[in-house]
Structures are given as structure tokens and as C-alpha cells.
Design a protein around this ligand. Structure first.
Ligand SMILES: [Zn+2]
Length: 442
């Protein structure tokens, strides 16, 4: 979409009831974890090849070019789907969910003073989504009670995934019940999974967050750090065994600055060797205890940054303006009749008017750059979604909230744009509602 929808002349945002946009889930990946009996169920043997292959970070090789050095912060919106059974097993509190996001940021940002401080800063950050796929405010945490889904069966993601191209979907359940702490069905370089409904990270509920409910040694949130590493294209440090020391970008884990390793390591065997050098037991992509792990390597970071660009181009957002919708009192005589969601670039947002218990039967929303007080003179268009702008004032039923949903262009140039808006209600006379100050943000 172009910026023309924000043209600077009078217009009226049509206020009409609109159908909620439903996410159409797609994808056919099997929910069953494959392979490992413990720590991680991500398959070690992938079916290589993807329609989005970038030879700098595809299934077969890595080129840790300077192009992928972390020079800007990229922020990934996360939705955590907490699945419990009817007995309540698997229920996780919001604070525990937030603690996992905190661990991800400590580890991926190698934040000083944390257990991840010794790693390399990827400048990749994570945040619980603040806007859902329909543009509505959200905590980024959704709870479900379903005995089948709790066992990681039933293809739950086909029903509940949020657009996997735009959100990192994390699910907590019993991860299949086979002792696996977590998995991704495949790295994005494999199986054309990126962006499908099956594209996800699954974490055993008792190994999620800090402190995880299952206790030591997997209770510091590193299972999720490890699985998100896969989600961003990393292999295990031991995948393909020792590989070739002279071709470490095309064998082993396709990374040269992690020592080669013939097998996964458990516990924290810091003097273990297997391929003529110390095993990388402190790397997040091994199988060691949570407390043993301390970081990603520089080349792993570059492979993840390359993966973001090449396989998940619509996922991360640059750090930028924070979307906001602030009600301004005193701007109209119908306080709180009008409310709006915070408009985020590339997402749906909505404006809503309450008509219940008012003498008004018609409503619209005006947007402009000036202060809200005189809505018919000298304003700036807020949203013009019609090819031929027409003032429409649909008759609205009483006893309802009427919602108008609009698409915000995914144009970084619009970031930070401030818009003032106000509802207008019409009946035998007209009245202004309260005003909303909106900021387009990430
Ligand atoms: Zn793994």
C-alpha cells in the first residue's frame, strides 16, 4: 500500500461494522517430535532444500559475511500459546511466561550481568506481541485447555497459530511426552516450513521460563533459547559429527567458530574432547545443562541474522516508534464513547464507537493533525480506503460497539506519524466524542 491513504486533506474514516479478519491456518507438518529421546526433539537429519535458499545460510553451508554482522536491533513479536489439560497440568502464569522472554533477551543480547553475558550479542530481541493478527490489543499470551493438544497431538497449530510470517509462535505443552524438552519441526532452511501454520517452537511446559516448574538442571529457560536458535536456522553443534576441519562452513554444523563435536554432551563436561579439540559444551546448541550454557558464537549470530533476512523477511521489526493510542479527555461531550487500538505498521488496527444508551444512531470517525475540537474545517485525512471517498454514515444498531478495522501500511516512513482522531455521533443533532491521539509504531 502507498502512503496515499494518509493524504493530507479532509476525509472521513468510514465507520462501519466489519467482519473480523480470521487467520487462515495452513500447513501439514506432523506434530510428532522426531528423533531425540531427551533435551531436544528437533530432527538431526533434515530434508534439505527450500524455495527461499540463500547460499549464505542455506541447509548446506554458511557464509558468515560482514553483511550479516549485527549492526541494528531487530525485534521479534512473540505469541506464547499455553496449553494445559483438563486437570490443569501445563498451566503457566503470565509472570513465568514473561520470564522466558527475559531469558531470551539476556541470551540473544548477551546482556552484561546475566548468565548469557559471555555470548555474542546478536542484536535480536523478543517481545510479547502487543497487537494480535486482528489488530486488537493483546498480552501475547493465550491459554487453552485441551487434552489432545496438551499431548502435542491434534494439529493444534492449524487452529490457533498466529500468522507465522509475522509472529514467533511458541507453544507449551507436554512436548509429546517422550522426555523431549522442546523441538522445532524443522529449521526454516528445511522442508519449506517457514511461514506455514506448522512453523513453531514447542517447549515442555515444565522446562519453560525461569525458574521452570520441573526444577534443575533444565529450569533456567535455556531450552527455549536453544529451540529459538533452531528456529533462526542453527544446527546442533554436533550435527553431522566432526565434519571436516578444512570445510567447516559446509560440514558439521556449518559453522567454523564452534569447535566440532561428534556427539551431544549432557551435564557440563568442560574438558570433554571428541574431534581433536574441546567440545563446545557452553554453546546453546549443545545438549548440556541450562547452567552450563553461556552463549552463541559470532558466526552463529551471523547465520541467524542471514536466516532472518532470507527465510523470515516479515518477522522482525526494526527498533522504532512505539505504537500508542491515548484518549484525550475534554475534547468532546461524550467521554469514552470512542476508543481505538494502537496502530502498528503492517497490521490491522481498529476504531470503535459505543452507541449503547445514546440518542445517536449514526457515527463516523474523523482524523486530522490538529487538535480535536472542530471536525469540519481544515483537517488532514486519517484513512481513506475508498477509491472514491464517500461519506457514509451507516445506521448502527443500539446496544452495541461498532468497530471499524483498517490496514496500516507497512511503510517505515510512516513510523512515528501522529494522528489525532475523534468520533462524531449523529442523531437528531450531533455530538463529538472524546478524542484519541494515535502514534504509528512498531
Ligand atoms: Zn536441538
Amino acid at each position: 500500500m502507498s502512503t496515499s491513504v494518509f493524504q493530507a486533506r479532509l476525509a472521513v474514516a468510514l465507520f462501519a461494522a466489519s467482519a473480523t479478519t480470521l487467520l487462515t491456518a495452513q500447513g501439514t507438518q506432523d506434530a510428532a517430535p522426531v528423533g531425540q529421546p531427551a533435551r531436544c526433539g528437533t530432527p538431526n537429519t533434515f530434508q534439505g532444500g527450500s524455495f527461499l535458499d540463500n547460499p549464505d545460510c542455506d541447509f548446506y553451508q554458511t557464509n558468515p559475511s560482514q553483511t550479516y554482522a549485527p549492526t541494528s536491533v531487530q525485534r521479534i513479536p512473540v505469541v506464547v500459546h499455553v496449553i494445559q489439560n483438563s486437570s490443569g497440568t501445563g498451566n503457566l502464569g503470565n509472570a513465568l511466561v514473561q520470564s522466558q522472554i527475559t531469558v531470551l533477551n539476556e541470551d540473544f543480547r548477551a546482556m552484561s550481568g546475566t548468565a548469557g553475558a559471555n555470548g555474542v550479542d546478536s542484536q535480536i530481541e523478543f517481545f510479547l506481541a502487543t497487537t494480535d493478527p486482528n489488530g486488537q490489543p493483546t498480552t501475547g499470551i493465550v491459554h487453552y485447555t485441551n487434552n489432545t493438544w496438551f499431548t502435542d497431538a491434534g494439529g493444534y497449530y492449524n487452529s490457533i497459530a498466529w500468522n507465522p510470517q509475522r509472529y514467533l509462535n511458541i507453544y507449551t505443552n507436554n512436548a509429546g511426552g517422550g522426555g523431549v524438552l522442546g523441538y522445532v519441526p524443522a529449521i526454516p532452511q528445511s522442508g519449506n516450513i517457514a511461514g506455514t501454520a506448522a512453523d513453531r517452537v514447542v517447549i515442555l511446559y515444565s522446562a519453560f521460563g525461569r525458574p521452570g516448574l520441573g526444577g534443575s538442571p533444565y529450569n533456567l529457560g535455556r531450552t527455549c533459547t536453544h529451540e529459538v536458535g533452531h528456529y533462526l536456522g542453527l544446527f546442533h553443534t554436533f550435527d553431522s559429527g566432526c565434519g571436516s576441519s578444512s570445510a567447516c562452513y559446509t560440514s558439521g554444523d556449518r559453522i567454523c567458530d564452534t569447535n566440532p563435536e561428534s556427539q551431544p554432551r549432557y551435564g557440563c563436561p568442560t574438558t570433554a574432547t571428541s574431534c581433536g579439540s574441546l567440545d563446545p559444551v557452553r554453546n546453546y546448541m549443545d545438549y548440556t545443562n541450562d547452567s552450563c550454557m553461556t552463549g552463541f558464537s559470532a558466526e552463529q549470530v551471523r547465520r541467524m541474522r542471514c536466516t532472518l533476512v532470507s527465510y523470515r523477511p516479515n518477522l522482525a521489526q526494526p527498533a522504532g516508534p512505539i505504537a500508542s493510542a491515548t484518549s484525550r479527555s475534554g475534547a468532546g461531550n461524550l467521554n469514552s464513547a470512542f476508543f481505538a487500538t494502537a496502530p502498528r505498521l503492517g497490521m490491522q488496527a481498529s476504531m470503535n464507537v459505543v452507541t449503547f444508551n445514546t440518542p445517536y444512531s449514526l457515527a463516523m470517525v474523523l482524523g486530522y493533525t490538529g487538535a480535536a475540537s472542530q471536525p469540519f474545517n481544515g483537517y488532514t485525512v486519517l484513512i481513506d480506503t475508498l477509491s472514491a471517498p464517500v461519506l457514509q454514515m451507516p445506521l448502527m444498531a443500539s446496544a452495541t460497539v461498532v468497530s471499524w478495522t483498517y490496514a496500516v501500511p507497512n511503510d517505515p516512513a510512516l513510523g512515528g506519524l501522529q494522528i489525532k482522531s475523534q468520533g462524531l455521533m449523529l442523531g437528531q443533532t450531533f455530538a463529538l466524542t472524546n478524542a484519541m491521539d494515535l502514534v504509528l509504531g512498531n
